[in-house]
Design a protein. Structure first.
Length: 767
């Protein structure tokens, strides 16, 4: 390989061809933004695979010489590959005849060769970089092996059943190793012949739904062979460590493989809202992985979370994976393109050089032309300064009422939009952040109103923290397209549409119609007259005193509807919404904990996923979560708890209880109730109820056990009860089961304790 790196023009040709491959792959992936994630992942994988085999093809595949260069390039090539003495002393007759094109070379070496060979030989510098990447890869792999050796095997029946169920669902025939350890904070997968799924230590407390979703996602990685493509990307990064587009492609492939796995989970029937909650729950505790993250597949990286949540919650997105035939055709097309590109060699068109004696060429006669990059920098900086007028500015344009302000903010920035009684749009801006000088801001008048634009002059990553304080006529519409930043609208009537990449949205004393969304952040609407919709990828939606049909939605947090001023409010009955009707009905919201309290002090929670712990609820509680353990301490009134999976503990309670869990134990203490009533269900778990010693009411108890449990379940009571067991196995619910039932009324009746559970005992205790 060293002789090829030192060969004239080889490195230049390789770098240019690899750049072309990466640019074409990036463009195709961009054009497929509306296609499924699996298609984009294939494009990125083929792009990196093409870059990997391209050098070998250039060496092995015969050259395909195409006459495209000008005759002058031929002379330059001769001068490059011949000594000065040979040219100067060449016979006149030889020079005056038509020249045969020499072995093709490039007229000048690449910028990379020119720069690095002044200090280090090119092969040595390349080897240093490649070796560093491979060492980092090896460290990560050894670290994972060490973690796996110290990890505990999740060998319980519940985990193994879930693993086997998801393995069969994904059609994976390989044996899977399932481990748990405190050394990781997010689920990981690696390995080819014997894949390993490594879970955090707190996985032992996960609900059944959360457990199934995590295993389903990791099994999708194994079924798709993502470990192989990830290793491919790592090797390509090691070979072309100096090329920025390679890292862009590797990052794009990693992002799309996660979205492709998300699509497979959603295609299996998982609710998008519930799945978004599971992702947030995993990402909440995720930490940086270091070298382990370089060679493994992590379920939730915070840097990718926002885009994935938006994709998960986008109901119109295509989720079906590409067909095997389409995949094979894509590989064949890519192979043909790479072989053709590797063989392509530009050479000069034939030309006749007039009879002249070649002069002696002296290197000092040539002046190095100025670098176009360096020449453009002063101009760019000057443009930014002229545009910004330091870090603050103020601009305004005249407009008519009922127009539209278009906000096209490539740089993002906070927005405070206020209505006033003037026929103009005024913008007071504060440009901040490390790269604020590279921002270009313009405010222009349009046929329908005005347009505020912010652009980043310098390409690549940048760090800015801008804010725009905007005044518009009171009757005016707003159209927002922002990379990120909070939005506040006050005292404006119109249509508010668009999206911001992330940040809070606040609307107050406004009217009209809204179609606003944010990638993540809380949404608040106060004292307004709005219809339409507002949505956030993650956060709370709080709509208080709004006269109008305004829908709110969130990928993870609750949506709270407070009382409208006219005494009516649209009802919302989904698991993630809270509706408190009545004129002036007040609601207090703790945005940090997610706790909601109505005007009577009742505690309310709505969560897409995650546990809830309430120390006391003396005015009652209403709690719903997509999955997680729930604990409610000393309480009074009515307490209602529903979780997709996880244990429930309530009491002591002086009131009524409703407790429903998809899977988990339930403990309810009703010692403080005079007429205790409870309705309890569990998809899988033990139920324990404590009643006052003078209990008067009816016990209606049922526990079922499946034929794979290995033992029958029982009803144990401190009150005399006789139980009956069904004779036949009932398979109407899937796995065949038998029922153990007991029912009896004590005292004068009044209370009702209803229990339904599967594969768990029912225990009734007397205080």
């Amino acid at each position: 390989m060293s002789e090829f790196l030192n060969a004239p023009g080889f490195v230049s040709s390789l770098v240019m061809k690899v750049t072309l491959v990466l640019m074409v792959g990036s463009i195709v992936a961009l054009l497929l933004q509306k296609a499924n994630a699996s298609s984009r992942h294939v494009i990125w994988a083929l792009t990196l695979g093409g870059a990997l085999v391209l050098p070998l093809c250039m060496i092995v595949v015969p050259s395909w010489r195409v006459r495209v260069l000008s005759p002058e390039a031929s002379v330059a090539n001769v001068a490059t590959n011949s000594s000065v003495r040979d040219v100067a002393t060449a016979p006149r007759a030889e020079i005056s005849t038509a020249t045969e094109s020499p072995k093709p070379t490039f007229a000048s070496r690449s910028l990379l060769e020119t720069v690095v060979t002044r200090s280090l030989p090119l092969p040595l510098l390349w080897l240093v970089g490649a070796f560093a990447i491979l060492i980092w890869m090896l460290i990560g792999r050894l670290a994972l092996s060490g973690v796996a050796r110290r990890a505990e095997s999740l060998s319980s029946q519940a985990w193994q059943n879930a693993l086997e169920r998801e393995r069969l669902r994904a059609s994976v025939m390989k044996p899977i190793v399932l481990l748990s350890t405190e050394a990781v904070s997010t689920p990981l997968t690696w390995g080819i012949r014997r894949p390993v799924i490594l879970l955090p230590a707190d996985s032992a407390d996960w609900s059944a739904d959360h457990r199934d979703v995590v295993i389903r996602h990791e099994m999708a990685h194994i079924a798709r062979g993502d470990t192989i493509t990830q290793m491919l990307a790592t090797i390509v990064c090691a070979i072309y460590w100096f090329h920025p587009l390679v890292w862009v492609a590797a990052r794009g492939m990693r992002a799309e493989q996660e979205r492709a796995c998300d699509d497979r989970v959603l295609s299996s029937g998982t609710s998008p809202v519930a799945y978004a909650g599971h992702l947030l729950e995993v990402a909440r505790t995720a930490r940086a992985l270091g070298p382990q993250g370089f060679v493994s597949l992590a379920m939730a990286r915070p840097s990718q979370l926002e885009g994935r949540l938006l994709a998960v919650l986008n109901g119109s997105r295509k989720r079906r994976a590409i067909s095997p035939l389409t995949g094979k055709l894509s590989v064949a097309a890519a192979a043909i393109a790479i072989v053709t590109l590797s063989a392509f060699t530009p050479i000069a068109r034939p030309a006749v050089i007039r009879a002249v004696v070649a002069p002696t060429i002296i290197a000092t006669q040539f002046a190095t032309p100025p670098s176009p990059i360096a020449a453009s920098k002063p101009k760019t900086a000057q443009t930014a300064l002229k545009t910004d007028f330091d870090s603050t500015f103020e601009k305004s344009v005249s407009v008519r009422e009922n127009g539209t302000l278009v906000l096209d903010l490539e740089t993002g920035g906070g927005l405070t939009i206020t209505g006033w009684d003037q026929s103009r749009v005024q913008v007071s801006g504060r440009l901040a952040g490390r790269n604020w000088r590279d921002t270009e801001v313009s405010l222009e008048q349009t046929g329908t109103g005005a347009r505020l634009t912010s652009r980043q002059l310098a390409r690549g990553s940048s760090s800015t923290s801008h804010h725009f304080d905007i005044h518009v006529p009171r009757r005016f519409s707003i159209d927002i397209s922002s990379a990120g930043g909070g939005v506040s609208i006050n005292g404006v009537d119109g249509t508010f549409s668009g999206t911001t990449g992330g940040g809070t949205i606040e609307i107050e004393n406004a009217g009209g119609r809204a179609r606003l969304s944010t990638g993540g952040g809380n949404i608040r609407v106060y004292h307004s007259r709005m219809s339409g919709s507002v949505s956030t990828g993650g956060g709370m939606v709080y709509i208080q005193d709004n006269d109008g049909d305004l829908d709110g939605s969130s990928g993870s947090g609750p949506t709270v509807y407070g009382g409208a001023r006219n005494g009516t409010i649209k009802g919302h009955d989904d698991n993630n919404s809270v509706t408190i009707s009545g004129s002036g009905a007040s609601v207090s919201v703790n945005e940090h904990t997610g706790e909601i309290r109505d005007s009577n002090g009742r505690i309310i929670y709505r969560k897409a996923g995650g546990g809830v712990n309430v120390a006391s609820a003396m005015s009652g509680a209403d709690i719903r979560t997509g999955g997680g353990a729930v604990s409610v301490g000393r309480s009074a009134g009515a307490v209602s708890v529903s979780t997709g999976g996880g244990s429930i503990r309530i009491g002591p309670l002086a009131g009524t209880a409703m407790a429903h869990t998809g899977a988990g134990d339930v403990v309810v203490d009703l010692r403080g109730s005079r007429a205790p009533s409870a309705e309890i269900t569990s998809g899988n778990g033990r139920v324990e109820v404590t009643l006052p010693k003078d209990f008067s009411g009816t016990l209606d108890l049922e526990t079922a056990y499946t034929d794979n449990l290995g033992h029958r379940t029982r009803i144990n009571s401190d009150w005399p009860l006789s139980s009956d067991e069904s004779a036949d196995w009932d398979d109407s619910h899937g796995t065949p089961r038998k029922y153990v039932r007991a029912r009896r009324t004590f005292g004068s009746g009044g209370g009702m304790i209803s229990v339904r559970t599967v594969n768990g005992d029912v225990v009734i205790r007397r205080e």
